[in-house]
Design a protein around this ligand. Structure first.
Ligand code: URA
Length: 453
């Protein structure tokens, strides 16, 4: 028989000694956890006193039962204070950052960090690894031979002072709780939850010592939030959390019902980012990178309007300053800067396979998550925490929603090294494109809405 929630609360109170098992049960039975209880779980797990299996059970209980506003605030703050909250007051000027909730082919961090740093602001970016079916900035950067995303704090500060941008992962010092919990959520199907996503993103972003933050909240079949109303709710709680902590925060709700740009996979995405920094590359990726950069310039008080911010971002690309900033950033973090002019120095898959369309018509939509799952299957993502990523594996998308396609024409190209899962990946990719007789009537803008402006 399931004990009533009140009994469990009493048991916890009178036993004095908190136990993870009681808190898992409390959440399982829809109870509300106090700040002290959340702190017990998160700190215990971060220290290694609470094992993965108990944290995984609690995360699943949260995924199913949800958290109210005060639990969410407590979780974010406990995770934020699991490490140091950086203070870059010795660096003059505003510090701004951007964070995306994750998607397929979403590589804008690699583009906008150098644009914004070249434009005069400081970007102390703390990023994550791939999560679920989505890619992560840290994994993409590690495709660059030698690039070190684990800089000690002193070194991170030196890089920021020298070039205005630094991209690292959580460390033992910065939001270590998120680092551990994030890796566990990735392999326990506990990612797609508004409270857990908000606490994860905001804890590491608020630890960065920034003045302003631009959030890119994805919506659609390749996002964690498939429905626009859920993405808007997620954006609202994140904006509210950031503003409560005294930061300027804006969220752009952007479409993820097809991949961003033409490339997914680690080396592929580095190459495509460099293309955009050269003033080339696909229009959707270029536009979104400019939109996000212009909000960063505006919130960082570098420009008086968002429009002026966009002009500044365009100038940083047109004059080559953004590309030079990227080169400097790669060099300072130990990466081989020769990859910028010689992309063949990146790890590249040996084999290619074209996935052809079985029929003729128009692309009416995609199951974008399917592309991310196929990529992970081929080695471009993790199924277990310990899995190593194959940076050379990638997908190249030839067709977008609304495009005409003929039977036998390639929809996508797979770059792969091992054919162990190739058949499965091919089928998944082919079935993730929807082909119909008519092109969709409505072309929705990539930026659907802005929250917190
Ligand atoms: N990005 C993060 O950093 N955390 C999440 O939970 C989801 C996306």
């Amino acid at each position: 028989m399931t004990p009533p929630v009140a009994d469990v609360t009493l048991a916890v109170r009178f036993s004095k000694r908190m136990r993870a098992v009681d808190l898992i049960r409390k959440k399982r039975d829809s109870g509300e956890l106090s700040r002290e209880e959340i702190n017990f779980l998160v700190s215990g797990y971060t220290r290694g006193d609470i094992p993965d299996y108990q944290m995984a059970a609690w995360l699943m209980a949260v995924w199913i039962r949800g958290m109210n506003r005060s639990e969410l605030a407590a979780l974010t703050e406990v995770m934020l204070h699991s490490g140091e909250v950086l203070n870059h007051s010795e660096i003059l000027g505003k510090k701004v950052d951007k964070h995306s909730t994750g998607g397929i082919g979403d590589k804008t961090s690699l583009i906008l960090a150098p644009i914004v740093a070249a434009g005069g602001l400081t970007v102390p970016m703390i990023s994550g690894r791939g999560l679920g079916h989505t890619g992560g900035t840290l994994d993409k950067l590690e495709a660059i031979p030698g690039f070190n995303v684990n800089l000690p704090l002193g070194e991170f500060r030196r890089v920021l002072r020298q070039c205005g941008m630094g991209l690292i992962g959580q460390t033992a010092e910065i939001a270590p709780a998120d680092k551990k919990i994030y890796a566990l959520r990735d392999v326990t199907s506990t990612v797609e939850n508004i409270g857990l996503i908000c606490a994860s993103i905001m804890s590491k972003k608020l630890a960065e010592g920034i003045d302003a933050l631009v959030l890119d909240v994805k919506t659609g079949s390749g996002a964690f939030m498939k429905k626009e109303e859920d993405s808007i709710r997620l954006a609202e709680v994140m904006v509210e959390t950031g503003q409560r902590m005294g930061k300027k925060v804006v969220a752009l709700i952007t479409g993820m019902d097809q991949p961003l740009g033409r490339m997914a996979g680690h080396s592929n995405e580095v190459v495509e980012s460099i293309e955009v920094l050269r003033g080339r590359g696909p229009a959707d990726l270029r536009d979104l990178s400019l939109d996000l950069s212009s909000w960063m310039f505006y919130l960082g008080e570098r420009t008086k309007t968002v429009e002026e911010g966009r002009r500044l971002a365009e100038t940083m690309i047109a004059t080559g300053q953004a590309l030079e900033k990227f080169r400097q950033g790669v060099r300072l973090q130990g990466g081989d800067e020769r990859i910028i002019d010689e992309p063949e120095r990146l790890p590249i898959a040996r084999l290619n396979y074209h996935v052809a369309s079985s029929g003729s018509g128009f692309i009416t939509g995609t199951n974008c998550e399917g592309f991310g799952i196929a990529l992970a299957m081929l080695g471009g993502g993790r199924e277990k925490k310990e899995d190593k990523i194959d940076h050379g594996v990638g997908l190249e998308f030839h067709k977008r929603i609304g495009d005409r396609v003929e039977g036998g024409e390639p929809l996508a190209t797979i770059h792969y090294n091992s054919d162990a899962k190739l058949a499965e990946a091919k089928t998944l990719i082919a079935s993730s494109y929807f082909v119909g007789d008519e092109a969709p009537q409505e072309k929705r803008p990539l930026v659907r809405r802005i929250v917190g402006a």
